[in-house]
Structures are given as structure tokens and as C-alpha cells.
Design a protein around this ligand. Structure first.
Ligand SMILES: NC(=O)c1ccc[n+]([C@@H]2O[C@H](COP(=O)([O-])OP(=O)(O)OC[C@H]3O[C@@H](n4cnc5c(N)ncnc54)[C@H](OP(=O)(O)O)[C@@H]3O)[C@@H](O)[C@H]2O)c1
Length: 302
């Protein structure tokens, strides 16, 4: 089958993080453009996330090297990560091993074999004081997670010319086996959840998994180099996001209290405004869809 969407049929793509929330969306997009995909799941995966997927612990360099030789990819989309603020705060050594050291190893393997690397990063590399953030802005993370992802970006860039694709807050229904926060919120709303507080003073440009995955796949298909921000077209607070979701579900009196993020002090400060300027991606990939929250809800929760 000839590949489409700018992809050469000769490419062999490796996706890490197949057992995560984003991974299955990436695999679906790649399958739709017709390129062969090798999927690496993480060590906690309970079964293969896709046909032929294998479990590779990125904290084990020898396993990574072996699995790389077997996959022999021409493009790697590196989405695996210790991907929560809490997990990285609790275990900084593992965050360093998975998010930084393994990224450096994959970058070296890509460089030595002439493969293209697209490293998936996050809006949490910024401190939230200077939004909207452009791809050229300097990271200033406030959390152990953000620091490890920023260090992963540096490790990749210092090793080879590559793509650093930062994603905004992701939302949407689950595609693989890992439950999504969005599904839990929808289920709770439908079940008549107790009241909950949502921040009115924490802003993002949320992007749904499908749109983010298509953005990543379109950039990788062009072997685009440099920094890209993939966010949604609307800046909104978490409170506003919840209100719109509840309204879509037909709730006239959503069980949300408007609260300030400053009212819940945590072990690390929470960035206020991580809104993205996604123009570089939009200019490079004008065919990538860019749906609003209302359009995503109409599509995913008809
Ligand atoms: N979620 C968001 O809102 C968001 C926003 C911006 C950027 N991102 C970035 O997007 C990427 C994907 O995020 P996600 O939401 O899909 O995260 P996720 O659901 O937590 O999935 C993380 C993936 O990484 C794998 N992984 C973790 N430790 C590993 C290890 N030692 N060896 C191999 N694989 C390992 C996990 O495997 P297991 O099956 O073993 O857990 C899983 O497949 C990450 O790079 C994240 O930083 C996420």
C-alpha cells in the first residue's frame, strides 16, 4: 500500500508509549497513512496495546538497544514518559532515567542510524507567567515533571537535529486500555457526582488526543525539525472547560464550584497560564484539523 499524507512508504516508524493515553491515537493515525509501525509499550502494560507491540523498559538501556536493533526504525515518535507531576515528584530518579537518560539514548540511536526523532514534550516546561508561549520561548519549569521534560528536550537537541513537539493539556475519550480523566469526568457528571472545585485562574489551550496525534504524525511525516507547539484553538480555564462539558451533557446547573488554584497549596507551584501559540505547527501543517472544544464534544460525545 502506498503511504499518504506526506509519508514515504519506505519509512518504518517506532512509537514509544503505546500503552499510554496518547500512544493508541498515534498508532491509529500512522495506520491510517499506511506506514509500518513498531510499538513499544511500557513495563506496566498488561498486554500488547497494538498488534506486534512489545514491552520495553526505557530505564533499561540494554533492552532499549536490543529492541531498537530489531525495530530498525527510520522515524521514532518518542511519546513514552513518566508523565505525571505526582509521579515525577515522588520518584525524581525514575523521572531522570525515563524522561532524560532514555531520551538521550534514543536520540543517539536515531543519530547513529540516520533516523528522524520527534520527541513529545509538554506545556509544563513553562512557568505560566508569559503566555501565550511560542516555540522559541525559554523553558522555566516549576515542577519536577516539567524539569525532566525540559532536560529531555535538551538531551535530544544536543544530540541531533530533531523535532521537539510540545503538547498542551490533552483531553478526550480513551482509545487504549488506560482510562482517561475525561471519561472519568463524563461518567461522574452523568452519575450525579458530588460538587467539585474547578480552577478559574488556570488557563490552557487544551487539545484533544486525536487532533494532537494527527498534528504529531503530520509533522513527523514531513521530518520537520525544530520546536512546535500543538495546542487547541481556544484558551480557557479549567472551570470554563468543565462548564462547557456539563452544558454539552445537558446539565443546566453543573456541580462545579469556581475556585482559585491558590486556595489549594501543593508541594509544587501550579503554572497560571500555559496557553500556546500554535502558529508554527498550523503554518507547517495547514491540513491538520484544529477543532474547537464544541466540535470535539459533538464528535466524541454525540
Ligand atoms: N497527558 C497530557 O495532558 C500531556 C500534555 C502534554 C504532553 N504530554 C506528553 O505526551 C506524552 C504521552 O502522554 P500520555 O498522556 O499518553 O501519558 P501516559 O498515559 O502516562 O503514558 C505514558 C506512556 O509512557 C510509558 N512509560 C512510562 N515509563 C516507562 C518506562 N520506564 N519504559 C517504557 N515506557 C514507559 C507508559 O507505559 P506503562 O504502560 O508502563 O505505564 C505509557 O505507555 C508524554 O511524553 C507526556 O509528557 C502529555
Amino acid at each position: 500500500m502506498a503511504a499518504i499524507g506526506g509519508w514515504s512508504p519506505a519509512e518504518r516508524v517506532l512509537v514509544t508509549g503505546g500503552s499510554g493515553r496518547l500512544g493508541p491515537y498515534l498508532v491509529r493515525e500512522l495506520s491510517s497513512v499506511g506506514v509500518p509501525v513498531q510499538v513499544w509499550d511500557g513495563p506496566a502494560a498488561t498486554g500488547p496495546s497494538a498488534p506486534g507491540a512489545i514491552s520495553v523498559d526505557l530505564a533499561d538501556p540494554a533492552s532499549v538497544e536490543r529492541a531498537w536493533r530489531a525495530a530498525d526504525p527510520t522515524v521514532v515518535i518518542h511519546a513514552a514518559a513518566l508523565a505525571t507531576v505526582d509521579a515525577c515528584l515522588k520518584d525524581p530518579a525514575r523521572a531522570e532515567a525515563v524522561n532524560v537518560t532514555a531520551t538521550r539514548q534514543l536520540a543517539r540511536l536515531a543519530r547513529d542510524s540516520g533516523a528522524h526523532l520527534a520527541f513529545i514534550s509538554t506545556d509544563l516546561v513553562f512557568d505560566g507567567t508569559r503566555a501565550p508561549y511560542s516555540p522559541g520561548d525559554q523553558p522555566q519549569p516549576l515542577s519536577a515533571y516539567g524539569r525532566s521534560k525540559a532536560a529531555g528536550e535538551r538531551a535530544a537537541c544536543e544530540t541531533l537535529p530533531c523535532a521537539i513537539i510540545r503538547l498542551a493539556l490533552l483531553y478526550g475519550p480513551r482509545l487504549g486500555s488506560r482510562p482517561s480523566f475525561f471519561d472519568a469526568q463524563v461518567a461522574a457528571l452523568r452519575a450525579g457526582t458530588p460538587r467539585m472545585g474547578l480552577f478559574t485562574d488556570e488557563w490552557r489551550t487544551p487539545v484533544d488526543y486525536a487532533t494532537a496525534a494527527r498534528g504529531v504524525v503530520d509533522l513527523a511525516g514531513q521530518r520537520a525539525l525544530g520546536f512546535f507547539h500543538v495546542g487547541g484553538p481556544e484558551r480557557m480555564s479549567r472551570w470554563e472547560m468543565g462548564q462547557r462539558l456539563a452544558a454539552h451533557l445537558g446539565m443546566t446547573q453543573p456541580p462545579f464550584d469556581a475556585i482559585s488554584r491558590l486556595s489549594i497549596p501543593g508541594p509544587e507551584p501550579r503554572p497560571a497560564d500555559l496557553a500556546f501559540d500554535s502558529q508554527a505547527w498550523r503554518t507547517r501543517c495547514p491540513e491538520s484539523p484544529w477543532p474547537t472544544l464544541a466540535e470535539v464534544l459533538a464528535r466524541d460525545l454525540p
